[in-house]
Design a binder for this molecule. Structure first.
Ligand code: SF4
Length: 343
């Protein structure tokens, strides 16, 4: 059973060391039938970005639990998924609904993944990195850091990241150190919030080109601000659709002579064999409840026959549920994700 390691301000803190690591969106391994797999070691995040699509950070309104995955279990499951995809995987991308470098064993995870994955990359917002941690990650074999910086302006950075202690100057120094002193490549991934950081995106591109990000991989991947059901919404900005997003990037692509739109970026990604998802929408299945869910009114359960973790929605957490066997009906099944409700 997952272990409860803390409870504060209405949120459970849970260590996952014996649960299937496929099935959930917030932790474990996600396969989307491509030759890249997503690896999610931790849901915790210290920031409160004003546009956060996954409602992370201390001011989260919807989260019920934060999870930390045992490093050995995580690597074992990544290897299992990799082998079930006939080893047709070129990259393991450590990402998630939190800040991955905050995992206490992140160096060990990278080192062990590099023993069988050709390429390991990690997403970060940068402020949780130190030069010491960077050196350790480089030594462990990390190939690339995708660093999200949305502005080079110190005050605006505090507003966008939603915390007073965030200082983009520190992140700039760290990125410059990575580029100059290590073998880790940097791919900058600012989020464009129309009307709020238009010019900042250009500043980031000019700075990134000047310091030499993107030695082996595309230097930039501009992210689109999207509104999600449980995400945070930026008040009073004009929502921009994909066509306008493309137009905004086309102008910058022309100006700087580099690809920026995600479809124009070459990471060598293509379709590959899918990891099995034995369920389809509407299936009735038996599961065992193991822990509080990620969001409020959710619980975590395990389907033992196929070794899948299932999110059950519409069920309020109560510790007497632990170990209980219940019947559920799947409501959403996609990639390696499975969500269900009481049958
Ligand atoms: S956008 Fe990323 S860094 Fe910002 S609060 Fe959300 S998960 Fe954390």
């Amino acid at each position: 059973m997952p272990k409860l390691i803390g409870f504060a301000k209405g949120r459970y803190y849970i260590y996952l060391d014996d649960i299937p690591l496929v099935g959930h969106i917030a932790f474990g391994v996600i396969d989307r039938c491509a030759n890249i797999i997503q690896i999610r070691p931790i849901t915790l995040c210290p920031y409160n970005c004003i546009y956060c699509s996954v409602d992370a950070g201390p001011f989260s309104k919807h989260r019920l639990s934060e999870y930390i995955v045992d490093p050995k279990l995580l690597v074992r499951w990544v290897k299992h998924v990799y082998e079930n995809k006939d080893r047709d995987v070129i990259e393991g991308l450590i990402d998630g609904v939190g800040e991955p470098p905050q995992h206490p064993n992140i160096v060990e995870i990278v080192k062990e993944l590099k023993e069988f994955l050709p390429r390991v990359a990690m997403e970060t917002r940068g402020y949780t990195l130190t030069k010491k941690l960077i050196d350790q990650l480089a030594e462990a074999g990390l190939d690339r850091l995708n660093v999200s910086i949305d502005t080079l302006n110190v005050d605006k950075g505090k507003v966008l990241q939603g915390v007073e202690w965030y200082n983009v100057e520190y992140v700039k120094n760290i990125v410059e150190y990575i580029v100059k002193e290590t073998t880790i490549d940097v791919h900058l991934t600012p989020v464009w919030i129309p009307g709020l950081n238009d010019k900042d995106i250009e500043d980031i591109i000019e700075w990134g080109l000047k310091i030499g990000v993107g030695k082996k991989y595309p230097p930039f991947g501009i992210q689109k601000y999207e509104i999600h059901r449980y995400g945070r919404k930026v008040p009073s900005i004009k929502y921009v659709g994909w066509e306008d997003f493309r137009k905004f990037l086309s102008k910058l692509e022309e100006k700087y002579g580099i690809p920026l739109y995600y479809k124009n970026l070459n990471f060598g990604i293509r379709r590959s064999k899918c990891y099995r998802n034995p369920f389809k929408k509407g299936d009735s299945i038996s599961v065992t409840v193991v822990a509080p869910g990620w969001l409020k009114n959710e619980v975590l359960a395990v389907e033992e026959k196929h070794m899948y973790t299932i999110t059950i929605t519409g069920l309020e957490w109560n510790s007497s549920l632990i170990g209980r066997k219940i019947k559920v009906k799947t409501t959403e099944v996609y990639n390696t994700i499975c969500i269900a409700r009481l049958d």
